[in-house]
Design a protein around this ligand. Structure first.
Ligand code: ATP
Length: 345
């Protein structure tokens, strides 16, 4: 088993060996907080890492005396998941995502393995690892729900205070394979396809989501779905344009798509858009941004602890994404895990 050593700052290296004989190191290990910062060097088209480098001196001066600051750069997609799992098993105090919603999403997925929460090797004191976030992505939509300003210094202050609050996590299961977790918004059909295209245009900042949506409309067909809420009866929804399962309020770089969702509500807000045409999207875009679209014809909102979504006539081509990451195609079931992770708020 790996043991914490004195490390005021270093890269998170699972193969680390530890000097247990160093009394200073041993004492420090038990009183200092171990914080692992998972940094996505490609976030926000490369600006995440530039902002992170600028932030580091402040982070060291603000936290360095009381915390071991471990920096871990991701080497590619999904690496953040492995880093997080390893850090939790080592019993660190917090794993902090530095980047956008995609990085946060991967860190959240690292809190689980094989359908269960990951826990520390050392279980005896009921210790849990908290989730933290320094929002430095393109959209950074999750942070908006919590009302966080786009200021990494504020994020450092939150981490310094270390106050924890339980947040709900969504779990997505398909016909096969591992369950998948999300913290922000999962969505189906047009918006999911738009997110898939938007990832190609991140260099345009938040405009990438609008470009992605317009591209997604080309060749788009609204589809008839059936949904089952809280294990009730199947209900038909005709000509669905998009179905969004919100654990938080915003997606697509500031669209307030599920305006009544909150990650401590213990349920989802499900918003369903039906029979939208591309020009409806243009005409009603401002309502999507300010969250007033629920009063628009063909937009409905439901509360759910779980929701199953299927096509009435299966094409196997209906996109699903969660937290802006492409996840495959329908059918899927979305279930809330109330208070599943403690977050530094
Ligand atoms: N080293 C890496 N090289 C390439 N891609 C990476 C690397 N590390 C992480 N990624 C991928 O980068 C993607 C985007 O990251 P992230 O969400 O942090 O930034 P963003 O897309 O700019 O922000 P947002 O999601 O808030 O709009 C994620 O899907 C992640 O898998």
């Amino acid at each position: 088993m790996l043991v914490r050593q004195q490390r005021s700052e270093q890269s998170w290296a699972p193969a680390l060996t530890v000097d247990r004989t160093n009394p200073v190191g041993a004492a420090a290990a038990f009183c200092r907080r171990d914080l692992v910062f998972v940094v996505n060097p490609r976030g926000a088209n490369g600006s995440t890492v530039k902002e992170w480098k600028k932030l580091l001196p402040y982070l060291r001066s603000r936290l360095g005396t009381e915390c071991n600051i471990c920096e871990s750069m991701t080497s590619g997609p999904c690496h953040a998941i492995d880093i997080t799992r390893e850090a939790i098993r080592e019993g660190v105090d917090a794993v902090i995502a530095v980047g956008g919603d995609g990085t946060l999403h991967e860190v959240v997925n690292g809190f689980f393995w094989g359908g269960k929460p990951v826990s520390s090797h050392d279980l005896k004191d009921g210790h849990t690892t908290a989730l933290g976030l320094i929002p430095l992505g393109t959209g950074s939509d999750f942070a908006r729900t919590l009302g966080w300003k786009n200021d990494p210094h504020d994020a450092v202050e939150r981490i310094a205070k270390g106050l924890r609050s339980p947040v709900d996590i969504g779990v997505i299961s398909g016909q096969s394979g591992e369950p998948h977790y999300f913290i922000n918004v999962a969505d189906v059909h047009l918006s999911a396809k738009a997110g898939y295209y938007a990832s190609r245009y991140k260099k345009f900042g938040n405009l990438c989501y609008v470009i992605g949506a317009l591209q997604a409309f080309s060749g788009h067909h609204n589809q008839d779905f059936k949904i089952k809420i809280d294990d009730g009866d199947w209900e038909a929804y005709s000509q669905v344009t998009a179905l969004c399962v919100g654990n938080a309020k915003f997606f697509g770089g500031g669209m307030k798509i599920t305006p009544n969702a909150h990650p401590s509500s213990r349920d989802f807000e499900v918003v369903i858009l039906q029979d939208f045409k591309w020009y409806d999207f243009i005409l009603k875009l401002h309502k999507l941004y300010n969250g007033t679209h629920l009063s628009v014809t063909n937009v409905s909102s439901r509360r759910a602890r779980s929701i199953e979504v299927e096509e009435i006539t299966s094409s196997g081509r209906i996109y699903v994404q969660s937290d802006g990451e492409h996840l495959g195609f329908l059918p899927r079931k979305f279930t809330i895990l109330p208070g599943a992770v403690e977050m530094i708020c």
